[in-house]
Design a protein around this ligand. Structure first.
Ligand code: GTP
Ligand code: MG
Length: 206
């Protein structure tokens, strides 16, 4: 059997961006619509299988509320990996993420693997066609169609207006700062396993 390596991983980021939800998705494959804020920190473990080895993540899910900020060094000290989470529908949460990255790069283990995760991407994804909501001849529509707009086109327009952080902007920042980058949804599971798997691949073999 391949050797199992323990990897200490910390999650950081503004309150309510979905840190605990991303962990819950990774560890239990579940999602809760009304997850309560974390107090202090939570500890969870999960195995991650790669082709040539198995890692055992020891995950510290920290509390994002500002009153807990001073506890963070206890959790990122000696961490081999960090996931810094922001919310793609909240631009200020990326500013907070950037300040966490700076703090990690100054104070954490110099070899720490850092990933930036733009969460809640389900809120801005649209499954309807790109043309939905765009209509140049709306005036030619019969009155009854105007009175009951197509549900999917309305949804697409609302979804697009929710995004506050363009993917390209976050990707460019991550590249410049030397971070892995993913957009994720704890709600649908999009990007979550990939996030933890790509981090695992970057953890040096001892
Ligand atoms: P703190 O523990 O206070 O730092 O918050 P947190 O970052 O752990 O956030 P948490 O996981 O508690 O999620 C906050 C709220 O956002 C909850 O109501 C979640 O259900 C919701 N949420 C989390 N992730 C997602 C997601 O990917 N999509 C959607 N639509 N909602 C999400
Ligand atoms: Mg939490």
């Amino acid at each position: 059997a391949p050797a199992s390596v323990q990897v200490k991983l910390v999650l950081l980021g503004e309150a309510a961006v979905g840190k605990s939800s991303v962990v819950l998705r990774f560890v239990q494959n579940e999602f809760q619509e009304n997850k309560e804020p974390t107090i202090g920190a939570a500890f969870l473990t999960q195995k991650c299988r790669l082709e040539d080895r198995v890692l055992r993540y020891e995950i510290w899910d920290t509390a994002g509320q500002e009153r807990f900020h001073s506890l963070a060094p206890m959790y990122y000290r000696n961490a081999q990996a960090a996931v810094v989470v922001y919310d793609v529908t909240k631009a200020v949460s990326l500013d907070k993420a950037k300040s966490w990255v700076k703090e990690l790069q100054r104070q954490a283990n110099p070899n720490i693997v850092i990933a930036l995760a733009g969460n809640k991407v389900d809120l801005v994804n649209s499954t309807s066609s790109p043309a939905a909501g765009v209509s140049s001849d709306a005036e030619d529509e019969p009155d009854d169609a105007t009175a009951t707009p197509n549900e999917s086109s309305t949804g697409a327009a609302e979804s697009e207006s929710l995004r506050q952080v363009p993917r390209e902007e976050a990707q460019a920042y991550a590249t410049e700062a030397g971070l892995l980058f993913f957009e994720t949804s704890a709600k649908t599971g999009e990007g979550v396993v990939e996030l933890f798997t790509e981090i695992a691949k970057k953890i040096p073999i001892e």
